[in-house]
Design a protein around this ligand. Sequence first.
Ligand SMILES: Cc1ncc(COP(=O)(O)O)c(C=O)c1O
Length: 327
Amino acid sequence: MRHLFNIDSTIHFLNHGSFGACPKPVFEAYQGWQRELERQPVEFLGRRADGLLAESRAALAAFLNAQPDDLVYFPNPTTALNMVARSLTAGSEPFLRPGDEILTTDHEYGALDRTWDYVCERAGAHYVHRPIPLPLPGPEAFAEHFWAGVNARTRIIYLSHITSPTAMIFPVADICRRAREAGILAIVDGAHAPGQIDLDLAAVGADIYAGACHKWLCAPKGAAFLYARREVQPLLEPLVVSWGWQAERPGPSPFIDWHEWQGTHRARSDPLPAGTRLARRSRCVPCARPRDARAHRGPDRPARDLRTQRGWADVRRGDAAVRHRVP
Ligand SMILES: Cc1ncc(COP(=O)(O)O)c(C=O)c1O
């Protein structure tokens, strides 16, 4: 396979997970899009990019079993989840209030632990790491153990689908189901899932799910996505406020309008090879397979419920194993 990649032939490249590696045909498609952009920048960015990105989102959505307009491209999961974290702690009536807790594990990606620490400190909330013992118990035992960290203050659950430091697959569908029943917002860091496991966003049932295309889908760097359940989308405000805010020409949804255009950037063309490759079921994307983008949402609660319904969580107080990282 080495000849398919631009990787230095003198090294044994074992760390695909950190930043991915892009196969030559995908890299060439990416450069092709950049050349196309430079040939007619105004036409490309001003007139064609929205449609091209919509096509690319549709292909990605079919691959992930989601609705295209519930997905938006981001340059990477870090940026996407920073937007989420900032949104949930912003404004005069933030979703996360002083004293609230975010329950997570002690297997999370360090940069995003820092993001949640940062916003929790400013919001007066607590980012609580539930220690997960190794070897990992079975999925049911994991879910029981993790869920024992939930208490009446738990407002958000945040965990990885596949963990960065330990490469474990967490049973996120079970956790998301319990969270939905308890009125807790479930956020999944799926940076490593697309292309590595058979990812079905409808089956996972997260409120918010971030994934990278530039890791195991082998897309060019700068191609990632954020999925948000439609009822949750109004909670998410753009990090960069631009033309899509109070849009003169509204697109398919405020979610897309608010987050897709973040000023002039090469990244407008970065996700396109991911989408076009998926659409063509390229052999460069071994896990790609067609799926119907079925309608999948069940009887969801509207966003205002998530804003206001506090204290629904299963009440389990005084769990000594819970570490409070932010006093
Ligand atoms: C679990 C996890 N989440 C998020 C990220 C961040 O990815 P990016 O740097 O593309 O934002 C990584 C990076 O390796 C990761 O392992």
